[in-house]
Design a protein around this ligand. Structure first.
Ligand code: NAD
Ligand code: TYD
Length: 340
């Protein structure tokens, strides 16, 4: 008897999705994975080179907003569940162009939910973010009961999607789980985000554009620990629940940048304070005691070793960085940072 379960992963060619798919294929033969990804600027087939030929894995290029395609995939493959990573994920891009965030993050999630119900797909896990809770002052942490107060177009689109997920659980009885994780670091992150962008700039002796005073705080978690939390919540989580995921590792942006400079042996004079991000959230911090206490999850990668491993990965994979920073990235960079 074939007991293998089939999961439809969306956005599996992006940063977290590709780490998740690789973890599933390498460590969990009980799953077959179908990866639906439209390959936007953030999607990269190279991220999956290690596992792309495995029989457990199938890639389909397509858009989560395409309801015929999603329906066909679900009905033809006896899909047991969906894990939705697909998203526009960058706050700065959401400020300069919010429309695509509505299309993918809200409409795309709705299409997946509708087709999950129509095709009797059992489970749906939405990969969400702590940014739906808004911003903190000096004290406190986000719990699952914190008010939803998103500030950026990105976080508003993610919060809207979360509400649709909850509505589909409540209204149609779809088994749903929402995970809300803090900032991830690790291999394969697109160099529009803080760590790979600063690393790439410092390595090539370019200025490091620090928004505002650099004292904004993010709560960092290694991507592998996030992936483990998602799989655990998908497999063991109780339907209708939200789980915060975080590793209790708050750092200011300047602390992160100084670590990168030290690693590369580059001078602090590369730092350049630039105009702040509009509506810049001051601080995120996650209370993840619920997933720790109810599902037994805990982080396994400590920051000091995880960050060195990550920086070494970027150092040793210069071709990957060069490939993703050629072409369109150059236009993005000059539009975002020149004359800032
Ligand atoms: P990413 O931008 O690196 O990857 C997104 C992927 O989705 C890409 O492969 C892209 O091609 C694909 N995609 C985009 N639009 C699509 C569409 N319409 N149809 C199909 N595929 C599409 O993002 P990431 O950093 O890996 O984030 C993944 C998820 O995790 C997102 O939902 C994000 O909101 C959430 N999240 C990210 C972080 C973080 O620190 N990066 C933290 C918490 C939550
Ligand atoms: P980012 O990686 O975009 O993640 P998020 O905004 O979703 O937390 O940014 C992390 C922090 O780094 C945030 O406070 C903004 C800051 N930042 C800079 O100072 N300069 C930059 O060029 C970027 C991309 C981010």
């Amino acid at each position: 008897m074939n007991t293998q379960k089939t999961i439809l992963v969306t956005g599996g060619c992006g940063f977290i999705g590709s780490n998740f798919v690789t973890m599933l294929i390498e460590e969990h033969p009980e799953f077959k994975v179908i990866n639906l990804d439209s390959l936007t600027y953030a999607g990269n087939l190279e991220n999956l080179e290690d596992i792309m030929d495995e029989p457990q894995y199938e890639f389909i290029r397509g858009d989560i907003c395409d309801e015929n395609l999603v329906s066909k995939i679900l009905s033809e493959n006896k899909v047991d569940g969906i894990i939705n990573f697909a998203a526009e994920s960058h706050v700065d891009r959401s400020i300069s162009g919010p429309k695509v965030f509505v299309d993918t993050n809200i409409t795309g999630t709705l299409v997946l939910l509708q087709q999950a119900v129509a095709n009797k797909t059992k489970r749906f896990l939405q990969v969400s973010t702590d940014e739906v809770y808004g911003s903190l002052g000096d004290d406190g942490e986000f719990t699952e009961e914190s008010p939803i107060k998103p500030n950026s177009p990105y976080s508003v689109s993610k919060a809207s999607a979360d509400y649709f997920v909850q509505a589909y659980q409540h209204t149609y009885g779809l088994e749903t789980i929402i995970t809300r994780c803090s900032n991830n670091y690790g291999r394969y992150q697109f160099p529009e985000k803080l760590i790979p962008l600063m690393f790439n700039n410092a390595r090539t002796n370019k200025k490091l554009p620090v928004y505002g005073d650099g004292k904004n705080v993010r709560d960092w978690i290694h991507v592998y620990d996030h992936c483990r939390a998602i799989l655990l919540a998908y497999s063991m989580g109780e339907s209708g629940n939200i789980y915060n995921v975080g590793a209790d590792c708050e750092k200011t942006n300047l602390e992160i940048i100084n670590l990168i400079l030290t690693y590369l042996g580059k001078p602090e004079s590369l730092i350049e304070f630039v105009k702040d991000r509009l509506g810049h959230d001051q601080r995120y911090a996650i209370d993840s005691s619920k997933i720790r206490n109810t599902l037994g999850w805990k982080p396994t990668v400590d920051f000091d070793s995880g960050i060195i491993k990550t920086l070494s990965w970027y150092y040793n994979n210069k071709d990957w960085v060069d490939n993703v920073t050629s072409g369109e990235y150059k236009n993005y960079y000059s539009e975002m940072y020149e004359n800032r």
